[in-house]
Design a protein around this ligand. Structure first.
Ligand SMILES: Cc1cc2nc3c(=O)[nH]c(=O)nc-3n(C[C@H](O)[C@H](O)[C@H](O)COP(=O)(O)OP(=O)(O)OC[C@H]3O[C@@H](n4cnc5c(N)ncnc54)[C@H](O)[C@@H]3O)c2cc1C
Length: 590
C-alpha cells in the first residue's frame, strides 16, 4: 500500500510544515481531501483554492471524468450539445481535467480512484486505483464527502439486456448516444416519468424515435407536480405523439437473440429496441455509514448549517446529504445540481474559516418539455395541509407579455399560501411563455418568507418585451389575496371535477362568445353559454337555487361575471380557476 496525496513529497501528518516548497508553490499545510469530483466536489475544490491559500487539495474520483455538467447529459443524448467535451469545458473551451485542475487550480486530482474505507481516528482514506488494483492511503486534515447518488435498477427480468440504460454519468450518456447513432433504435421505452426520464423523452423524440413512457403513477413528474400540472404535461406529450402509460407496472423487458424486442407491462406490450430505467436514485453513503457518521431519516448523511457531518473534521454535500426544507424545517433529500454547487461553496468557505451557512432548500425544480416550461417550488397545497398549514391556493392563466407583442404566450401560475400568516408556501408554473423567471420570483418569495401581500406589492420589472404591466406573478398573488380575503370563491379544475363526481349540480356558466367555444372546445359537462356582454340582460335566466361557477378562456371574464351576478342578487357564485386554457383534462369539442 502506498501513501499519496497532492503534496510534492511524502505527506505523513506533521511533516508537511517542514516541506520545502517547489518553485511556484505556495506553502500549504492544511490537507483537504475531497471524495467525488463532479458537482459538489468540483465546486468545493475550485472555491477552496480561491479562498484558502493554505489548503492542499486532493480529489479522488472513481470515474474517468471530473467537474462536468451532469445536468447537460440529456442534451448531449438528444444532440443539442454536439460534443460531450463541451460539458466539461470552461466557458472559454478549456477542458476541466486533471491537468487543468493541477495547472490552474493547484489541485491534485486522482481519477479512477475509488475510495473504499475511511479511518476517522487516523484521518486516512483508503482508495483503490482502478487502473491497476493498487491500494493507496490518503491522509487528511479536513475531508469532504461529495459521493453523489446512484440510480436504482430494479430487478426487472431482462434488465441485463444490452441497450437497457440508466442515465447518470458521462459513460452512460456516451453509451446511449452510441446506441442512437447505431440507427437500430426506432422505439424506446422510458420507465419512470420523473425529471430525468422526462428530459430523455424529449431527447429521444427529437431524434425521430417513437417514445413510450411507463410509470406506476397516473401523471408525469409525480414527485414534483400535483396531478393537474402533471396532466398538462401529459397533454403536451400526447400532442407530440408520445405514449404515456400511467398507472402501469413494467413486468419484463423481453428480448430475442440478445436484443430488446419489447417491454411488457401489466396492461400491454410496448415495442422497444432501447429502454431507459429512470425510476429514482439513492444517496451514496457506504463509506460514511461504515465510518459511523450519522445518517438521517431520508438516508443521507446528516450535516449542520455549515455542511459539517457528525465528525467536525468531515464535511459532506451534494446528493449524499440530506438538508432542511426551509418551509417545514424538516429534513429532506433533494438531489439537485443547483443545491450541490451551492453546498460545495459553503463547504469550502467553512474549511477556509469563513463561517458561511447553508440554510436549506425550498424544493425547487424546473424542466423544459419541448416548447413548454414546467416547474415548482415549496409545497403544493396538499403537502402544506399535511404539514399542518391552513393552506389555500389559486391557479391563474395569463400571458407572459402583452397580447400585442409578437411571441406572447400563455403561462399558468399556481400559488399556495397560509391563511393564518399569509406567507407564500409554494408555487407551480407551466406554459409556453416565460415561466422560468416567474418561478424564480416565487422561489424568493417562498424561501424568503414573504406574505402574499408583499408578493403582490413586489416592484417587478415591466416593459412590453418582458412582462405585462401586472406580471402574472402579481396577478396570481392578487387573485389569492381576493380568495383569502373572502372576495372571491374559486375552484381548481380538480375540485370542480370532484364536485361533479360527488353529484353536485352547479351551473357551469360559460361567458365566452360562441366562436370561442367552437375554436377552444368546452368543459366535458353540461354548460350554459351567456356571453359576458349579455349577462346584465340575461342573468335572470339563471336559477337562484344552484351554485353558479363562471368561466371563460382564462376566467378573467368569469370573475367579471361573478361581480355582475352578485349585483343581480345571486349569492352562490364562484369561478373556475384558469378557465378553459387551464383545464388539464379532456375538453369537449362543440
Ligand atoms: C441526466 C441528469 C440530469 C440532471 N438534471 C438536473 C437539472 O436540470 N438540474 C439540477 O439541479 N440537477 C440535475 N441533475 C442532478 C445533478 O446532476 C446532481 O444532483 C449533482 O450532480 C449532484 O452532485 P454531487 O456532487 O453530489 O454528485 P455527482 O455530481 O454525481 O458526483 C459524485 C461523484 O462521486 C464519485 N464517487 C462516488 N463514490 C465514490 C467513491 N467511493 N470514491 C471516489 N469517487 C466516488 C462518483 O463517481 C461521482 O462522479 C441531473 C442529473 C442527471 C443524471
Amino acid at each position: 500500500m502506498r501513501r499519496a496525496s497532492g503534496f510534492p513529497a511524502i505527506t505523513c501528518r506533521g511533516v508537511a510544515s517542514i516541506l520545502i516548497p517547489r518553485e511556484g508553490w505556495v506553502m500549504k499545510d492544511k490537507r483537504v481531501l475531497i471524495v467525488g469530483g463532479v458537482a459538489c466536489g468540483g465546486k468545493a475544490a475550485a472555491r477552496l483554492m480561491r479562498v484558502d491559500p493554505r489548503a492542499d487539495v486532493t480529489v479522488l474520483e472513481k470515474g474517468e471524468y471530473i467537474s462536468y455538467a451532469g445536468c447537460g447529459l440529456p442534451y448531449y443524448v438528444g444532440g443539442v450539445v454536439k460534443e460531450y467535451r463541451d460539458l466539461m469545458t470552461t466557458p472559454i473551451g478549456v477542458v476541466r481535467d486533471e491537468n487543468f485542475f493541477r495547472k490552474v487550480k493547484h489541485v491534485t486530482v486522482h481519477t479512477q480512484h475509488l475510495a473504499t474505507r475511511l479511518d476517522r481516528r487516523k484521518k486516512i482514506v483508503t482508495a483503490l486505483d482502478l487502473r491497476n488494483g493498487e491500494e493507496k492511503e490518503f491522509p487528511y486534515d479536513k475531508l469532504v464527502l461529495s459521493t453523489g447518488a446512484s440510480p436504482l435498477r430494479p430487478p426487472i427480468p431482462g434488465s441485463d439486456l444490452p441497450r437497457v440504460f440508466t442515465l447518470w454519468n458521462m459513460p452512460d450518456a456516451l453509451a446511449m448516444r452510441a446506441a442512437i447513432d447505431s440507427g437500430k433504435v426506432k422505439n424506446a421505452v422510458v420507465i419512470g416519468a420523473g425529471l430525468i426520464g422526462m428530459e430523455v423523452v424529449e431527447a429521444l423524440h427529437d431524434q425521430g424515435i417513437q417514445v413510450s413512457i411507463v410509470d406506476l403513477c397516473e401523471t408525469p413528474l409525480p414527485q414534483m407536480m400535483d396531478r393537474e400540472f402533471g396532466n398538462l404535461l401529459r397533454a403536451v406529450l400526447e400532442k407530440k405523439g408520445i405514449n404515456f402509460f400511467g398507472g402501469e407496472k413494467v413486468l419484463e423487458i423481453q428480448g430475442c437473440n440478445g436484443e430488446i424486442k419489447s417491454v411488457k407491462t401489466d396492461k400491454r406490450e410496448v415495442p422497444a429496441e432501447m429502454v431507459l430505467m429512470a425510476v429514482g436514485v439513492r444517496p451514496n453513503v457506504g463509506i460514511a455509514r461504515e465510518a459511523g457518521l450519522a445518517l438521517g431519516s431520508c438516508g443521507g448523511v446528516i450535516v449542520d448549517d455549515h455542511m459539517r457531518t457528525s465528525d467536525p473534521d468531515i464535511y459532506a454535500g451534494g446528493d449524499c446529504v440530506e438538508v432542511k426544507n426551509v418551509l417545514t424545517g424538516k429534513p429532506v433529500w433533494q438531489p439537485m445540481g443547483s443545491v450541490a454547487n451551492r453546498q460545495g461553496r459553503v463547504i469550502a468557505d467553512n474549511i477556509a474559516g469563513l463561517p458561511t451557512t447553508f440554510k436549506g432548500v425550498a424544493g425547487t425544480a424546473i424542466m423544459k418539455a419541448f416548447e413548454y416550461t414546467i416547474g415548482k417550488t415549496g409545497l403544493t397545497r396538499e403537502q402544506a395541509r399535511l404539514e399542518g398549514f391552513d393552506a389555500e391556493a389559486v391557479t391563474i392563466v395569463d400571458s407572459d407579455t402583452p397580447h400585442f407583442m409578437p411571441g406572447s404566450a400563455a403561462i399558468q401560475v399556481r400559488i399556495v399560501a397560509d391563511r393564518k400568516t399569509r406567507k407564500v408556501l409554494g408555487a407551480q408554473v407551466f406554459g409556453a411563455g416565460r415561466a422560468d423567471k416567474r418561478l424564480d420570483i416565487l422561489v424568493s418569495a417562498a424561501a424568503g418568507g414573504l406574505t402574499i401581500d408583499e408578493l403582490a406589492d413586489a416592484d417587478i420589472a415591466y416593459a412590453p418585451p418582458y412582462s405585462t404591466a401586472l406580471d402574472p406573478v402579481t396577478h396570481a398573488a392578487n387573485t389569492l389575496k381576493n380568495k383569502l380575503d373572502g372576495l372571491m370563491v374559486s375552484w381548481s379544475p380538480s375540485e370542480l371535477a370532484e364536485k361533479i363526481r360527488k353529484g353536485e349540480n352547479p351551473v357551469l356558466l360559460d361567458v365566452r362568445s360562441p366562436d370561442e367555444v367552437k375554436a377552444q372546445g368546452t368543459l366535458p359537462y353540461e354548460t350554459t353559454l351567456i356571453p359576458l356582454g349579455q349577462l346584465w340582460d340575461r342573468g335572470s335566466e339563471l336559477p337562484r337555487d344552484r351554485e353558479i361557477i363562471a368561466f371563460c378562456k382564462i376566467s378573467v371574464r368569469g370573475w367579471d361575471a361573478n361581480s355582475i351576478l352578485r349585483r343581480l342578487g345571486y349569492e352562490k357564485v364562484s369561478v373556475l380557476e384558469g378557465g378553459i386554457a387551464g383545464w388539464p383534462f379532456e375538453l369537449r369539442k362543440e
